[in-house]
Structures are given as C-alpha cells and as structure tokens.
Design a protein around this ligand. Structure first.
Ligand code: ZN
Ligand code: ZN
Length: 327
C-alpha cells in the first residue's frame, strides 16, 4: 500500500506492507487526512536524527475494514473520524488533567501514519479517539474532529464552559490560519464575544466572511495566540486587559523573544498554554461538528496523496487555508 514518509528531508510516497490485525483493534481504510500545522512544523524541523521517528498525518477519516473487539458498537463498514493520542487516565499527569503530558499519550499513535491507505488503531484508540460522524458532513469536514478538539481544550483552559452564557467576556484570537478561525468558531459556540486579528488582509477578509472582526480600540479578557510568530506576543500584551489571560497555542521560531516578566507581574496577567486535546474535548468536538454548531464547510482544499508535497508547499506559501489529502 502507499504511505507518506520523510526521506532525506523530502516527502516521498513509498510502498509499505498493509498493517495486519495482530492485536486488539481495527484496520481502517483511510479515505483522507487533514494536513495539520504540527505536520508542517515537523517537516520544517526535520533533520537526520529525527527523520525516522516523524509520523505525519493524524486528522484521519476512514472506514473500518477489520475489527476484532467490541467497542462502542463499532463494526466493519462504519465510517469514522479519528485522532492519534490517548492518555492512560491513571498517572499523576492524568489525575491532574494534564492529559497531553501523560507518557502514554505521547507514545500512542496510529500506525503507520495518517497519510497511508490503511492504518491500524488499537482498542484504546477505538475507545477514546475514534468517532462516528454525521453522514451529512463531507469527509474534509469530518477531518476537523481532532483540530477542533485542540481548540476546545484551549477555550476550556481559558476558563470557559460549554453550555454557559459567556457573552459578557470577550476574546481576541491572533493569527487567523485554519486553527485561528476554528478557535473563533469554537469561542462562538461557547457564546464568548469573539474577535480575530491577523497581519494578512486576505485572512482578515476570510474572517469577516465568517462573521468575525477586529476592534483596534477594545481590550480583551482573553487573547489566544495561534500565530506562531513572536511579533504576535506584543500584539497580545497590547490588547489584553490588566488582569487578563493570554492563551499560548503555538510554537514560535525565535523562542527567546518572549513575555516580559515585569509586565506580567505588574499587570497581573495569566499566561496559560494548551497543547493537544483531551478525550472530553474530542467528544465535544464530535458533537459540535455533527450538529453543525461549528460549521467547517468549504475551508479545505483537496489534494491526492501523490500530491502531498504540493499540499505542503502550498501551505508553507500561504496559497491555501487548509489542505485535506484524499487517499
Ligand atoms: Zn492536528
Ligand atoms: Zn496518564
């Protein structure tokens, strides 16, 4: 079967053996997989040492082709969307709800990778990261299950609860790529008064089309950083209220250009980070997508697996908003 692999820092589509069902779990025939910002970061930072360990693709949509355990009523032929990591629920990190710091979480992954014709998922994946989605959604929309769940965790870590009226709070999202726009849509689903900013006029236009704007003169209770640019930190500090929260949701190239200690102290700012989703966020993500409370229609550009390299190049060059790879 075909599978994407980084070889000499280039994406190659190679032939590998189809995975076999020799442990409890399922074989999924992959229909497609979203290209995540974290895949792009991995590709950008590939070197000779880490190359063999890089697993690309985790926003998978597929059909259960074989299954040997009885979990959540899954059966052969079910169309599902899935993510890649699950926690142990037993370690100190898990007890502290820092699920993404759990060793099991970091180790668990689909096999061989999301950009492959078939994958193996184990029984814990089936329990925690695999979901049946509404048939009314297109496949590229289902692939937003995992990325939306990451945003929902960030929104919850900012202190918002789903189902509550959070409309007296406002939030600004800085960086309006696909994750930034998804964060805005998530905030709206949480009934937070949501605003977005990006230095790119095209991205501001797209945010406008989705009903989001930026008010230069406002101060914001929460600022979400999804830009991956150090310059965004200054913008966040400028627009957050004294006593407000900044939610760090992206890595930056220049790691040493950070937040000023004294500004955080004297303004009593809370700097909160959010990395990857919990199972509870996956569940809510599934519900919000299925009910179209978060609508992700027409956000993705589709590519074939053979054109994965082009999808990556187009993403790096900001030619597209979000790539979905049809396998
Ligand atoms: Zn992702
Ligand atoms: Zn754990």
């Amino acid at each position: 079967m075909k599978c994407a692999k980084l070889i000499n820092k280039k994406i190659e589509i190679i032939e590998v053996d189809k995975p076999v069902l020799n442990k409890n779990g399922a074989i999924i025939k992959v229909l497609g997989c979203g290209l995540c910002g974290s895949d792009l970061v991995k590709i950008a930072h590939v070197n000779n040492e880490n190359e063999k360990n890089i697993i690309l693709g985790h926003e998978v949509v597929g059909i259960i082709e074989e299954i040997n355990c009885d979990i959540k009523g899954f059966k052969v032929g079910d169309k599902v969307a899935l993510g890649h990591h699950y926690p142990c629920f037993e370690c100190e990190y898990c007890k502290n709800q820092s699920y993404s710091m759990c060793k099991t979480f970091k180790k668990s992954n689909i096999f061989p990778c999301g950009f492959a014709q078939y994958i193996f998922v184990d029984e814990n994946h089936l329990k925690y990261t695999v979901y049946k989605m509404n048939d009314a959604l297109k496949d590229d929309e289902k692939a937003f299950l995992e990325p939306l769940s990451c945003c929902l965790r960030a929104i919850r870590r900012a202190g918002f609860e789903y189902g509550q009226d959070n409309s007296k709070f406002n939030s600004l999202v800085i960086g309006l790529g696909s994750i930034g726009l998804l964060m805005l849509k998530g905030l709206k689903a949480f009934k937070v008064d949501a605003y977005g900013f990006d230095i790119s006029p095209e991205r501001m236009d797209l945010a406008h089309e989705h009903g989001f704007s930026f008010d230069e003169n406002k101060k914001y209770d929460c600022v979400f950083l999804t830009a991956g640019a150090t310059g965004a930190i200054e913008t966040a500090l400028k627009h957050v209220i004294d006593g407000g929260k900044i939610i760090v949701f992206s890595s930056v190239k220049d790691d040493l250009a950070g937040f000023s200690n004294n500004e955080i102290y004297y303004r009593e700012l809370s700097i909160i980070s959010s990395y990857s989703p919990s199972v509870f966020d996956m569940e809510l993500s599934c519900e919000l997508l299925n009910k179209k409370i978060v609508n992700v229609e027409n956000l993705s550009t589709c590519y074939s697996l053979d054109n994965l390299s082009k999808a990556v190049d187009d993403s790096f060059n900001n030619k597209i908003f979000k790539a979905y790879i049809e396998v």
